[in-house]
Write a protein that binds this ligand. Structure first.
Ligand code: SAM
Length: 152
């Protein structure tokens, strides 16, 4: 599982509850969370869910909505932020990883200020954003990760 997501969960949640993964890819994180006892739904373009459009799960509301390395691919970022918001329960947490605009590999990253404003506009609170360098061992290069978390 994404080690940063795992740390976030360990600090914010005392026990497994219910999570939604937006852009779940190979469902690696979903499967790991389920092993830990979470009820977890994952959606992805590969299964016909296009996050350029609003997505409201029949399983909502979720305690945690997370999305890793998807936002930089989405054009309608306001719609995506709304989807995070709509699927969360009040006080629920979100966790997003994407790429910072100066990432050396991904050209579609964004600035911290842009992401902060996107999330504030949506009405999220306790927003925390950080930028850090992460070495991708598989592809043998560095990334500049933009991590955002907060609450509905
Ligand atoms: C780099 S992968 C990340 C997968 C997973 N979140 C992870 O951390 O391993 C990006 C994923 O975003 C999905 N994706 C890209 N555009 C999308 C869209 N418009 N709607 C839904 N999923 C999308 C892709 O299909 C892909 O699975």
């Amino acid at each position: 599982m994404n080690e940063y997501l795992e740390n976030f969960i360990n600090t914010k949640f005392e026990k497994p509850i219910k999570a939604l993964d937006l852009g779940a890819g190979d469902f690696c994180d979903v499967k790991q969370l389920e092993k830990l006892g979470w009820k977890c739904e994952g959606v992805d373009l590969e299964m016909g869910i296009d996050l350029e459009k609003p997505y409201v799960s029949k399983n909502k509301p979720f305690d945690l909505v997370y999305s890793n390395y998807v936002l930089q691919r989405i054009k309608n970022k306001n719609v995506f932020a709304r989807t995070v918001y709509e699927n969360l329960k009040d006080d629920g947490c979100f966790f997003i990883h994407t790429f910072e605009k100066n990432d050396s590999v991904i050209a579609t990253g964004m600035s911290q200020e842009f992401l902060q404003e996107l999330l504030e506009k949506q009405g999220f609170r306790n927003i925390e954003i950080r930028i850090f360098d992460h070495y991708d061992k598989g592809h043998k290069h560095w990334h500049k990760i933009l991590e955002a978390s907060g609450q509905k």
